[in-house]
Design a protein around this ligand. Structure first.
Ligand code: GLU
Length: 303
């Protein structure tokens, strides 16, 4: 299912657009987070979580293995030159690792597409997942969720010259692209069946298709779409208001309740000490939305 050459093409297209937009009057900042603006997360000393099989495994290994996205501006991006991941989701992954006593600098990140997250957690390929992952009841049957740590909402991305699309009600007969296995894909399929829905593995492929007139709109969370729009402000913009609630959670193996509880403690502590806000401002905040109040964590009972 991987479409590597296309992914690369999409990444190149978006970064080429970002380069041309750079420095133009009135364009939003296109720079990424710089090292010294990001918080440094102190590693908890003497931390232990013996009831968590995931934590025990990571402890022995010396670091966590974390699933993430690599093509979502300001959220989860991989620098093709040096393989380094950055963005708000990456910062959340790091602050959690530090609170759980393992050096965040040693995290090994793996890119996992939306459709493959549950399998990756179920077969132990990753310890946890941070990548615009909506908490919902269907997914809770397969994995566990700490959080939420951010509240997004489904929205639409169009070309700046688009006149017809102002919200999901205008999608009948339009070609709309989203990622396979995502909640936005499922919502269009269920609630707007007259849209001509197209699925790819990633949103950057959808954006490439939008820029080359293969589709009329891309749909997913506003947080993701605003990042693409900020990188190519002359070509792309969001349309209409968000039309769902997408609470982002940290995916963990379903039976590891000790890990989920410890991560919820960690999230609360990082919100309280200001790290959450500092991380947001240095990453996702660059797509133009000021830091919101973080949502309350949901310590749902083990099921
Ligand atoms: N938050 C949505 C989801 O989890 C869309 C973003 C994504 O595919 O990661 O399905």
């Amino acid at each position: 299912m991987m479409r590597k050459p296309l992914q690369l093409l999409a990444a190149l297209l978006v970064s080429a657009l970002a380069a041309t937009a750079c420095g133009k009057e009135g364009s939003p900042p296109t720079k990424g987070p710089s090292g010294d603006e990001l918080p440094k997360y102190q590693v908890a000393q003497g931390f232990s979580l013996p009831d968590s099989s995931t934590w025990n495994k990571a402890r022995k290994r010396g670091h966590f293995v974390v699933g993430a996205k690599e093509d979502q501006p300001y959220l989860g991006e991989k620098n093709p030159a040096n393989g380094v991941y950055s963005g708000f989701d990456i910062e959340v992954a790091k602050m959690i690792s530090a609170s759980l006593g393992l050096d965040p600098k040693k995290i090994s990140f793996r890119t996992i597409a939306s459709a493959n997250r549950e399998t990756a957690l179920q077969n132990g390929q990753i310890d946890y997942y941070v990548g615009t992952y909506t908490i919902n009841d269907n997914r809770k049957k397969l994995v566990g969720f700490a959080g939420p740590y951010y509240m997004a909402g489904q929205s639409l991305l169009v070309r700046t010259d688009e006149d017809d699309i102002h919200g999901p009600g205008d999608l009948a007969g339009k070609r709309v692209c989203s990622a396979a296995g995502s909640t936005p894909y499922q919502r269009i399929q269920a609630d707007y069946p007259k849209a001509e829905l197209v699925a790819y593995d990633t949103y950057s492929i959808c954006v490439d298709n939008l820029l080359t007139f293969q589709v009329d709109a891309v749909t997913t969370d506003d947080a993701i779409l605003l990042g693409f729009a900020a990188k190519a402000p002359d070509e792309l913009r969001t349309a209409g208001k968000p039309f769902s609630e997408e609470p982002y959670g940290i995916g963990v193996p379903r039976s590891d309740n000790a890990l989920r509880a410890a991560m919820n403690d960690a999230l609360e502590a990082r919100q309280k000490n200001g790290d959450w806000k500092r991380a947001y401002e240095a990453t996702l905040g660059l797509s133009g939305v000021p830091a919101p109040k973080p949502p309350a964590v949901d310590r749902y009972p083990a099921n």
